[in-house]
Design a protein around this ligand. Sequence first.
Ligand SMILES: [Zn+2]
Length: 441
Amino acid sequence: MTRNSIFLPAIAFAVLRMLVSFTFQPSLAQAPTGSGVIALTGARIIDGTGRTPLQQGTIILSKGIIEAVGAPAAVKIPPGATRVDLSGKTIIPGLINSHAHLNVQQGATLLVRDDLIRRLKTYALYGVTSAVNLGSRPADELEALKLRDEQTHVMLDRARLYTGGVNAIGKTPEEARKSVDRLADLKVDVIKYHINGNPNDMTPDIYGALVDEAKKKGLPTFVHIFYLKDAKGAVEKGTDVLAHSIRDQDIDSAFAAELKRRNIGYIPTLTRDLSVFVYETRPAFFDEPFFRKGIALYREEVDPLSNPASQQKIRNDKQAQSIKQALHQATHNLKILSDAGIPIAMGTDSGAEGNPGRWQGYFEHVEMEMMAKAGMSPMQVIVAATGGAARVTKVDPKIGTIEPGKWADLLVLNANPLDDIRNTRQIHSVWVGGQRITGAH
Ligand SMILES: [Zn+2]
């Protein structure tokens, strides 16, 4: 052993310290000034639980987390905190899209990671700070998981992502279990499967095995359904969430009671059905400034959907036209289930590959408007899009409400959404992990 080697650890440590300081400096530069603690003051706070709003409340954000929330007299602002006066504004939790897709579209030229990130940034631009991806394609499954894994320890300028990987499937009960095991090994957040109502569907013994295996792995199951009988089959086997509306007939009160007894979540995805037929003509919203905010991402789908030949095709398509009635039924069933006290979660199916016109970011606001038109109160809709969605999806105990210990994911509005749910479009600012996002995407 030479004398030098004794000093090596000390030198290595010094070099390491230098590297560490270099590595951390850029993120420190992005951090808010002062102590890094931020006090948002003066705003009406709708906390996502359904509680009566707090007038002129204070929220303390620290290290990406909500540290305190309450009336000014009850919340002490730490010395050195950066104060942000939000008098006249309304703060709600960042929105959760409980039925999203984060897919690269066919023929995309960007790297998969970059494409997924621009989609998450567009969600965030619209105040959707969490997206639950209910179906990857093989091409984007692993990148979605990587983005999910890094979001707890980087400064986020995009929506949080939770992901179910590629939908579970099997031709036998054993295959279905293996499919779930593969996803569980990948550490997905949820399991999604389909019952389409056609002869190719998994039979109840197969999807029953799938659900059972997911339960063993501690993963919640979400099912794609259309028909009441399929929803009943899925619930009978222990599925946790109906990921679309029941659209063929009225939901009977016995089944509504069963959903309530089992605490089954229900995601209406009304805009999913709207998207099937609304491009039979050029929709007026293509010209809305709020829609145009997302045009950098939306443009590649707006152009083909504006094509008269494609519009004619939708007008002539019996299947597409039949969805108008299905949407009417969905709206009616949403009111039935909301009145019956079933946990409702806002979700849109936006971003699904091969289904143009499901706008990531914009459609979540249309969805909320449609939920209100179906008969839910603005408060019920806000809860369904925040705290209620968190309870239904169970992907992260730290999202959904403005309470101590939760991620500081916030949507600040210039107008009160309790007066009119369309006021969720009056976005003042969006905060993810305690950082105000800039809107560049
Ligand atoms: Zn879907």
